[in-house]
Ligand binder design. Structure first.
Ligand code: ISE
Length: 324
């Protein structure tokens, strides 16, 4: 029988904790061998009841330990690059939570660093690509049996956000999932982004535009509207209605949950299992570093649109051959 893939989880906060428990309890062919967090007590807490894993406060020490086959990055986004770079240099497969990095310039640096290794090593944590409902829509788009996809009407509702959540986070923490979801469902790049907001809820702090509507158009003209409301109090709800020439498909309508973890638990499980399965076959699966970069480029257009109120263009660098 083959050995389990030894995973170092970097960041033992909300998502890191969730992934550590997931790998231990539900993922075949993998085990947590190291947990890295600057707050050692968090790492220890996340490992409660899990034997055989080492705790580190420095990722480089974990790499030197020779007990790591793969790296799962779940630190806040601004701390992804300092882990991605040495993990790429070590040639290790990586599952990096979204966003790949906080802006498109730094995301493109990661793309270039990966290209230099000659291999796709990074899977970005856009878990919706592993959600059954999203896969149903994607399959219908690919089969073409309902005619062309014309529109996507999406809703992204959170009950609350952290005090640290800024106006920009609406785009790079929340709508970033929609950017990737639209690219996945349509198989196209997003051309333009516009953000409009009207009356604001009393629960929205500071600059946060809440609720808001994000409008996008893809290369072939698929029109996408995303209604966001991130301080909605009543629950967590993510829905998508795909309008085809001869039918429509709705997903998520009956799935109001307390938070994103239960809403997408199956998708997260599938995402991590698919990552491990691919590693054991020496393959790559799921959203790539290019997808992470493209989503970051959409976020740039989203930030500009938030500020200007205008329709803003998404600007992409040349796509390297590795991702074609
Ligand atoms: C959070 O970080 C997530 O990734 C959730 O999926 C998203 O719904 C939420 O808006 C984000 O804050």
């Amino acid at each position: 029988m083959s050995q389990d893939i030894r995973v170092a989880v970097v960041g033992a906060g909300r998502m890191g904790y969730d992934h550590i428990r997931r790998i231990h309890e539900r993922i075949d062919g993998a085990r947590v061998s190291a947990v890295v967090d600057i707050d050692e007590s968090k790492a220890i807490e996340a490992l409660e009841g899990i034997d055989g894993a080492q705790v580190y406060t420095d990722f480089h020490k974990a790499l030197e330990s020779d007990s790591v086959d793969a790296v799962l990055i779940a630190t806040p986004g601004f701390l992804h690059a300092p882990v991605l770079q040495p993990a790429l240099e070590a040639g290790l497969p990586i599952l990096c939570e979204k966003p790949l990095t906080p802006d498109s310039a730094s995301a493109y640096e990661i793309v270039k660093a990966e290209v230099a290794t000659g291999k796709k090593l990074i899977q970005v944590g856009f878990m919706r690509r592993f959600d059954g409902g999203y896969r149903t829509i994607r399959a219908a788009v690919q089969a073409g049996s309902y005619g062309e996809l014309l529109q996507l009407d999406c809703e992204h509702i959170n009950p609350y956000v952290l005090d640290s959540y800024t106006g920009r986070n609406l785009i790079d923490d929340t709508v970033v999932h929609e950017f990737d979801g639209v690219r996945y469902l349509t198989g196209e790049e997003i051309k333009t982004v516009r953000v409009i907001s009207g009356k604001k809820t009393k629960h929205a702090q500071g600059e946060l535009a809440d609720p808001a509507k994000v409008i996008m158009e893809t290369e072939s003209g698929v029109l996408v509207t995303v209604s966001t409301h991130v301080t909605a109090r009543f629950g967590y709800s993510v829905t998508t209605r795909a309008v085809f020439e001869e039918n429509h498909i709705s997903v998520g309508q009956d799935l109001t949950c307390p938070s994103f973890e239960p809403r997408f638990v199956d998708a997260y499980d599938q995402e991590v299992q698919a990552w491990i399965n691919a590693i054991s076959k020496g393959e790559h699966t799921g959203p790539s570093a290019w997808d992470g970069y493209a989503a970051a480029a959409c976020c740039e257009a989203g930030f500009a649109a938030l500020n200007s109120g205008n329709i803003e263009q998404v600007v992409l660098e040349e796509k390297p051959d590795l991702y074609r």
